[in-house]
Design a protein around this ligand. Structure first.
Ligand code: GRF
Length: 219
């Protein structure tokens, strides 16, 4: 079977972009990153794409009158590149229901919480403030409702008494960089798929992380 053709959409730093590019570059990974797209011309992640030799495209949302126009341009670029799967990796732009529907089952996102808990923004601060003891990250299919689509995989980490939002974010990010490539592999191998609004449990679930009891600080 031909390698799955992947596009990665990002808006900022691009550490998940890097993790996906690195994973896919391994010879046994059944996918290739054919395009990295940023909606921000100054996104630091563009440098990562350049250094990795991945074709990149900037589609600046400020150049478009409406979300529909922006998404139409995005859709065209993705089709021109014959993309099979689209990975959102810190893509800070709401996609229209039409776009999400057109790419249903092909569009995935990573979110730094154990969904369905802590959807939305400022997740790490909110987790610390809430007093939860377990945090983590989720890779899921994208649906029209933000951070609510069917879950492909999750990784858990402890929340430590000494944590700030920054230290917790760093611990979760370490897991994101493992979980996202693992989930992408499942997609590329057609082992994870959307079926009737959910991801069949047997073929797809990834549950991983570094939870221990009692939680221990890393030295
Ligand atoms: C990650 O924490 C990801 O879960 C969230 O946005 C952040 C992007 O970070 N959706 P990076 O740009 O991949 O470093």
């Amino acid at each position: 079977m031909a390698d799955a053709r992947i596009a990665i959409l990002f808006s900022g730093r691009g550490s998940n972009l890097q993790a996906l590019i690195d994973a896919v570059s391994q010879s046994d990974f059944p996918a290739e990153v054919v395009l990295a797209i940023s909606n921000r011309p100054k996104a630091p992640g563009l440098e990562i794409a350049s250094k990795s030799g991945v074709p990149q495209s900037v589609i600046d949302h400020k150049d478009f009158q409406s979300r529909e126009d922006f998404d139409a341009a995005l859709d065209e670029v993705l089709h021109m590149a014959k993309v099979d799967y689209v990975c959102l990796a810190g893509f800070m732009r709401m996609l229209t229901p039409g776009f999400v529907n057109d790419w249903r089952g092909k569009l995935v996102n990573i979110h730094p919480s154990l969904l369905p808990a802590f959807k939305g923004l400022h997740v790490h601060e909110r987790m610390i403030d809430s007093g939860v003891k377990i945090a983590g990250c989720t890779v899921h299919f994208v649906s029209a409702e933000v951070d609510a689509g069917p879950i492909i995989g999750q990784a858990a980490v402890p929340v430590l008494p000494s944590d700030s939002a920054e230290t917790l974010a760093a611990r979760i990010l370490e897991q994101e960089h493992k979980l996202y490539p693992a989930c992408l592999r499942l997609l590329a191998e057609s082992k994870a798929r959307l079926s009737g609004g959910s991801v069949p449990f047997d073929s797809s679930v990834i549950a991983t992380g570094e939870i221990s009891n009692p939680p221990t600080e890393k030295t």
